[in-house]
Design a protein around this ligand. Sequence first.
Ligand SMILES: [Zn+2]
Ligand SMILES: [Zn+2]
Length: 359
Amino acid sequence: MKAVLLDKINEPFLVEEVELLPLEPQQIRVKVGASGVCHSDQNLQRGIYGMQGPLVVGHEGAGTVTEVGSDVTMVKPGDRVVAVFTTACGTCWQCSRSRSHLCERFMDHIGHTVGRFRGSDVPALGGLGTMAEYMTLHQSQAIPVDTELPDEQLALIGCAVTTGAGAALYDAGVVPGSTVAVVGCGGVGMAAIQGARAAGAGQIIAVDPVEHKRELAIKTFGATHGVDPTAPDALEQLRALTDGRGVEYALEVVGRLDAMRFAYDATCRGGTTTFVGALAGDLSLSLPANELHTSAKRLVGSVYGGAQVRRDIPRLVKMAETGALDLDLMITERFRLDEVNTAMSVLERGDVIRSVLVL
Ligand SMILES: [Zn+2]
Ligand SMILES: [Zn+2]
């Protein structure tokens, strides 16, 4: 099969033949329909996660099960599935406490072999490797969904939508009529804005330096206001929109310390700051300790939106079917698998919300 591989850090991805191997008892094979292109793929390419090649790239994908191992019970050939980067085993200590996004079995499966390349076994990012004609994954990493939505929309649910909309709905727990700010309006940010809209937020402030993204957030995804965080009075502007208090829920979706601090400062007393963005491993966030105490703000770290994938991915699919989440308008560019490096190069472009590789 053709697959996108990380070979060397800071070099373009390779698109090469990878030889598929017979399935292990718990593994399944999925014919990939579409794979999203995420900033995490770029972090991987730049060596920020410290992972070395060769490995198959891509962690946001959907497709159809073609083959299952001898012990597979969770899916069957013909099922349409969304690939997830948690194992959600359902039985470990975290899963049994309704935190399957933190499943303790994850590391058992993440490094498994998905094929052979240049004579060696190769693993895949997140145990998935969605940027390939076929994924070989543990059965617990595929959520079956019964829907007519196209694979390119289902793919987004694998990362951006669950991470962003999930952060608003589950980790932050936005309530109807409340005030929300989303700091960073890329794919995950636009999903967070839509999650806040679906939760019934009364005011949603899109915070992004790119004017086009702020406008799109308002015109298309449900934001009510926009603030440019590079303006010298950005925080004052945001507070002026909320009677001087700040928002009840601020979500940071960039993965930058200054954006995290902005989100914290934008949060009202007693409000909740949710940190969604991924950062390099060794950075530390500095906050005014006494103010944190006296303002009684709640700080929430958010992984995969806090979603319980077996329950929530089918629900997010339903939300996309009813239009509560508009996933079609999140896709700005479509590429073929062998155009992956062009897809990576447009990630920084101001008008691109999400690119997908369509197979
Ligand atoms: Zn991602
Ligand atoms: Zn588990």
